[in-house]
Structures are given as C-alpha cells and as structure tokens.
Write a protein that binds this ligand. Structure first.
Ligand code: NAP
Length: 237
C-alpha cells in the first residue's frame, strides 16, 4: 500500500521561502502537491516564485493577517511550519533574556498563531507538521533557551493529536542544517561553527535542508503518523 498521497493535495508551508521550508516545498511539489509558500522578504518571495511555487507575503507574527489569509485560501490538506530566527543561543549565565524573549516571539508564538488560524480550514484527512530543533534533546551547553522553545512545541504534538483528531500533528526535530538561518554569524564564523559541531556529530557533518525535507515529506504523506517527533540530527542527541 502506497502511503504517500500528495498528488493535487493543497499544502501551505509557512516560512517556505528559504532553507528547510523551501527544500520541503520543492520536494512536495515534485510529488504533485499544490504548494503555497509564505514569508515576509519580497526578494525571497520572488525567488520562490521563480522556482514555480505559489509565493504569498504573510507575516506569521500578525494574527489578523493569518486569519484573513487562511479564510481567503479556503480548505487545505497539509500545513507545514518552518518559521524561526537565529535568536536565543548562548550559555544561560550570560543569556540575554530580551534576546530569548525575541526568539519566542519569532518562533513559539507565531507558530501557535499559524496553527490556530489554519485549524478551521484543515481537512479532517489533513496534517500539521512543525519543525522544532534537536536542542530539545541534545542537552548541549549554550542551547537551554532554544531547548525551552523547541521542547515546549514538541510536547504539544501528542496532545494536539488527541484533542484535534483526526487531523494529524507531528514534528521534525533537526540538528545542524546548512541554511541561511546561520548567515547572521557571518561566513567565517558560520564555517568555524560548522567545523567544530561536525566533530561532535556521529555522521561527521551538518545536514542539508533536503535531508530534513525528506523526513517532513514522510510525516505529511504517511496517514498513520500522528503525535510523533522525528529527530534527524546525525546522531548528536
Ligand atoms: N538551520 C538549522 O541549523 C536548524 C536547526 C534546528 C532547527 N531549525 C529550525 O528549522 C526552522 C527553519 O529554519 P531554516 O534553517 O530553514 O531557516 P531559514 O533558512 O532562515 O528559513 C526561515 C524561513 O522562515 C521565514 N519566516 C521567519 N519568520 C517568519 C514570519 N514571522 N512570518 C513568515 N515567515 C517567516 C523566513 O522568511 P522571511 O524572513 O522572509 O519571513 C524563511 O523563509 C526554524 O524553525 C529553525 O529554528 C534550524
């Protein structure tokens, strides 16, 4: 029995104009899904449009805009959420809590708002897949803030799966992935961080976004998966 039924399915990828979201959009579109990606940066939106994806300007931090978008879009089959920012990393003693609050504001709350706004429009046969982070499990120094955000989100999946059945809810929890998420560190610092982390990762390298997209595709397409977190981290946790 084939478990991937993505042909003609209507999929929205919130934060799908870059990195993991963009790789997922291309993967699902190649399977025949009708994919719409959302984001804020007009340059990234244009580039996504050039890749023959439907691209829609939408800020997931704006609840009124989310409600209006999902109402006008109508019924959808699958929602994937890959929004986030590079904020919130650092050893706890020195962690700037304003920075950590900002990290929650840029990932935790917009993700919950996106799910709530979309829920009335998701078909009962549909699903929600979020991207959390393996900081929730890896227990590495410098990641307690990120662990709080992503661990909290992961804990919600099983409860949402029970409360909101038969809609399915899952998370993909990646380790280090080579995406623009790291660009704010600058090219040299990014390369140094990747080198130092790679030495700690059992597979010896950071992930490519397409590898995470592969796990997302599995969760979206497999109708027996719900309430689960797939950790795809090269073994670091
Ligand atoms: N890269 C990693 O090493 C790594 C590791 C673990 C977990 N993750 C998680 O994976 C997810 C995806 O990260 P990525 O690495 O693919 O990062 P990315 O390349 O920076 O992509 C993030 C995407 O989210 C969009 N976005 C951010 N805030 C948004 C908002 N308020 N409304 C709408 N769109 C928004 C961005 O577009 P605009 O800025 O144009 O809006 C962009 O398309 C994040 O949740 C991140 O925490 C990443």
């Amino acid at each position: 029995m084939k478990t991937h039924h993505l042909q003609q399915k209507k999929v929205i990828i919130a934060g799908g104009t870059s990195g993991i979201g963009l790789a997922t959009a291309k993967t699902l579109a190649a399977e025949g899904a009708q994919v719409t990606v959302t984001g804020r940066d007009p340059v990234k939106l244009k580039e996504a449009g050039n890749s023959r994806l439907n691209a829609q300007s939408l800020d997931s931090m704006d609840r009124a805009a989310l409600d209006a978008f999902f109402s006008s879009y109508g019924s959808l089959d699958h929602l994937v959420i890959t929004i986030g920012s590079g904020k919130g990393m650092g050893n706890f003693a020195d962690l700037d809590l304003t920075d950590l609050r900002d990290a929650y504001d840029r990932k935790f709350w917009p993700l919950l708002n996106t799910v709530q706004a979309a829920l009335p429009h998701i078909r009962p046969t549909g699903s929600v897949t979020i991207v959390s982070a393996a900081s929730s499990k890896a227990k590495l120094p410098g990641t307690s803030g990120l662990a709080g955000i992503n661990g909290g989100l992961e804990l919600m999946m099983e409860i949402w799966a029970r409360e909101l059945k038969p809609i399915r809810f899952n998370a993909v929890s990646p380790g280090l992935v080579d995406t623009p998420w790291w660009d704010h560190y600058g090219t040299e610092a990014k390369a140094a961080a990747f080198k130092s982390f790679s030495a700690q990762i059992p597979v010896g390298r950071v992930a490519q976004p397409e590898e995470v997209a592969d796990a997302i595709q599995f969760l979206v397409g497999n109708e027996y998966m719900t309430g689960k977190v797939i950790v795809i981290d090269g073994g670091i946790s």
